[in-house]
Design a protein around this ligand. Sequence first.
Ligand code: G
Ligand code: G
Ligand code: MN
Ligand code: NA
Length: 250
Amino acid sequence: SEFALALKSALRNNELRLQFQPQHSVATIEMIGFEALLRWNRGDDHRVSPADFVPIAEETGQIVEIGAWVLREACREAASWTRPLFVAVNVSARQIALSDVVGLVREVLFETGLPASRLELEITESAVISDLNHTLHVLRQLKATGVRIAMDDFGAGYSSLSVLRAFPFDKIKMDRSLMAEADRVPQAAAIIRAVIGLGRSLGIPVLAEGVETMAQLDFLRREGCGEAQGYLLGRPAPIEAFADVVRSNG
Ligand code: G
Ligand code: G
Ligand code: MN
Ligand code: NA
């Protein structure tokens, strides 16, 4: 399609960029790392959301090349920071199915000099389910390189619990739809509490996504949630917006 063709030239024409969104400790509000988020500007401020073009890139297989670019760019950037903040990179199910993600990660860590301990890979539960055996095999190999694996969008799909049982994830990222409903829907607040308890039982941190208000942050603090991300704490932005933080010593 026209869209897929335009996407193909996007990489060559330098139209792809990364933005970074901070992740914070709930207890101390200290910044702990960033999620790298892909942005496509087709020119003349014609911005296309990854929610629209990532699914197409997955269909056409272009996600392999684009995903490799994202990983390389994110790790190169993080390696230049003077503070040892981590960077979290989204990895698509199709990337795992179609390409050698383990080889790519090893190569990029070697090339950029970023310590594996500062890289986190975010995988959605649907990615794990789509080809359980192959994905679990890849995730184990990835973990052996020393990177952390986070379950992304937890609570948005159908089989979260079985996926958590099948693989020792290093972090749970609670889907932002839970946070959005927490004030209005009692079930959502109850589920957030339960997920925080689940993380505690499993011994892994839980990060709440989509935190937009002080009331939500207070709720998370009362419930003992470890980490948060959202517009209240910082919107996704070019890394220059965070230059002071990533280059400071404190
Ligand atoms: O940043 P925004 O909320 O517009 O992102 C929309 C969706 O696109 C989210 O689900 C996010 O996970 C996904 N996304 C953003 N950047 C990347 C990326 O680099 N790779 C993949 N596979 N998905 C991404
Ligand atoms: O699916 P994933 O978690 O990777 O997607 C992250 C997406 O969530 C990004 O596209 C980012 O723009 C969006 N996002 C981040 N913080 C907030 C927030 O506080 N509110 C809303 N509505 N979206 C957010
Ligand atoms: Mn994510
Ligand atoms: Na998410």
